[in-house]
Design a protein around this ligand. Structure first.
Ligand SMILES: [Zn+2]
Length: 144
C-alpha cells in the first residue's frame, strides 16, 4: 500500500512503498532507526500523511494528519508495534497517538500485514512504553 507524503514547506509529494519504507526512509530519525517525524525527501523539511477516517454519517470524513511515526522496540521477530503521532491540523504539533502494528520479517518487506489486531492493539512491554513516554516528554508532545 503506497503512502503519500505531503511537504509542509515545498508542497511536493513523495511516496513510501509501505509502513517499513515510511519509517526507514521518510522520517528525520528522532527515534533513531525506529523512526521520527515525517520528512520530505526533496527539501528535508517536515511533512505529513493524511489520515482520513470515514465517519458513520454517510459521505463524511474526519481528516487527521500523521506527523511522525516510530516503531516500539520489541523482542518479537515478526510483529512490530508502531505509533503514529497525529495532529488535527496539518501545521499543528501532534496531540494524539495511534498505536498499530505490522507483521512481516525485517529483511523482506514483501509480506507485510498492517493492522490493530482482532484483540485490539499489540501488547507492549513496560520498558518499551517507558521509552516512548520518555521520548515524547523530551519532544514536548506530552507533559506531566
Ligand atoms: Zn519539501
Amino acid at each position: 500500500m503506497t503512502i503519500e507524503i505531503k511537504c509542509l514547506k515545498c508542497d511536493k509529494l513523495t511516496y513510501a512503498k509501505n509502513i517499513v519504507d515510511l519509517i526507514n526512509d521518510h522520517t528525520d530519525h528522532t527515534f533513531g532507526e525506529n523512526g521520527g517525524m515525517i520528512q520530505c525527501k526533496h527539501c528535508k523539511k517536515l511533512g505529513y500523511v493524511l489520515d482520513a477516517l470515514k465517519l458513520q454519517k454517510l459521505g463524511q470524513t474526519c481528516n487527521r494528519h500523521i506527523k511522525g511515526v516510530f516503531r516500539i522496540p520489541t523482542e518479537f521477530e515478526t510483529v512490530f508495534p508502531y505509533v503514529y503521532l497525529i495532529s488535527q491540523k496539518k501545521d499543528q504539533n501532534p496531540i494524539e497517538l495511534k498505536i498499530r502494528y505490522y507483521k512481516g520479517r525485517r529483511k523482506d518487506g514483501k509480506r507485510l500485514k498492517v493492522g490493530h489486531g482482532p484483540d485490539g492493539i499489540p501488547l507492549i512491554h513496560n520498558s518499551g512504553l517507558a521509552k516512548i513516554a520518555e521520548k515524547l516528554l523530551e519532544m514536548k508532545i506530552i507533559s506531566t
